[in-house]
Design a protein around this ligand. Structure first.
Ligand code: PMP
Length: 288
């Protein structure tokens, strides 16, 4: 079924949702975006995503041409109009139409569009068996280059690491920062469990501060687990008892092998399973 796309203040048919070839979002990856889940018609953590979108925009000196409350309503309206029950929203703000030069300030009108669609999940089986991943050789962007804390439209850094993963016949890769510490996976945050304690890199390690990550940290603490934000090395991943990834699309998924090293007993561990369950309950509004 054709989707209704929210574009510049109104819902239009998918076939009519068009962006100029002079838009700097396309020409230079100049813009910001969010990926958001819908669970049972409810837009999950919308406020946190809107907040991060405006922060990403501020970081790249892009002024979003509408208020946070009107953008929030637009996202909700797009979900409703497309009859989405469980799905995924892509919220995008581009720099807008400019010239062929990179100067962003000649682009007068940032474009805002919203897509609400169903989501292609990893097969359920992968959550049961756990995922095999690799370490990417592509280093995560230096924080003084394209700041990894801004969710910008320029994803080539992550795409190059994703290509390494796919070339190795695995779906994900861990990216390390310029100092050799774990930053994140190509579209997810990284956690390990060691001797019953949970560790994840702090945002200054060069990853996006994931909204799923922050929820999982809170849920783990609520379960009485000790969670520490700490720089992790590749070796820390190799000798972890459990390894898992978090993200809007992946939710919580166990990793059972990295670079040929088996993690734990080769199956998703008990803390990974517990946090996946708690996250599911939280997302579906059933947490106690
Ligand atoms: N890191 C990167 C590079 C991502 O693209 C994402 C997904 N948006 C994440 C981490 C996870 O963030 P979140 O939990 O907010 O989806």
């Amino acid at each position: 079924m054709a989707l209704k796309i929210w574009l510049d203040g109104r819902l239009v048919n998918e076939a009519d949702a068009k962006i100029s070839v002079f838009d700097h979002g396309l020409l230079y990856g100049d813009g910001v975006f969010e990926g958001i889940r819908v669970y049972n018609k409810r837009v999950f953590e919308l406020e946190a995503h809107i907040d991060r979108l405006y922060q990403s925009a501020k970081g790249i000196r892009l002024e979003i041409p509408m208020s946070t409350s009107s953008l929030t309503s637009a996202a909700e309206e797009t979900v409703k109009s497309n009859g989405i029950i469980d799905g995924y929203i892509r919220l995008v703000v581009t720099r807008g139409i400019g010239t062929l030069g990179i100067n962003p300030f000649v682009c007068e009108n940032p474009k805002v569009f919203i897509i609400a669609d169903s989501i292609q999940l990893y097969p359920e089986e992968l959550y049961e068996t756990g995922m095999k991943i690799i370490s990417a050789t592509t280093v995560r962007n230096h924080p003084l280059s394209i700041p990894p804390q801004a969710k910008s439209l320029n994803y080539l850094n992550n795409i190059l690491a994703k290509i390494e993963a796919l070339d190795s016949n695995v779906p994900e890769a861990v990216m390390y920062n310029h100092e050799g510490y774990v930053a994140e996976a190509t579209g997810d945050n990284v956690f390990i469990v060691r001797k019953g304690m949970v560790f994840t890199p702090p945002p200054e390690s060069g990853g996006l501060e994931g909204i799923t990550r922050n929820i999982v940290i809170g849920l783990a603490r609520k379960e009485g687990l000790e969670v520490s934000e700490k720089n992790l090395t590749r070796f820390d991943l190799y000798v972890s008892d459990e390894l898992f990834l978090t993200g809007t699309a992946a939710e919580v998924i166990g990793v059972v092998e990295i670079d040929g090293r088996v993690i734990g007993d080769g199956k998703p561990g008990p803390i990974t399973k517990l946090l996946r369950k708690k996250f599911f309950e939280y997302a579906h509004g059933k947490e106690k």
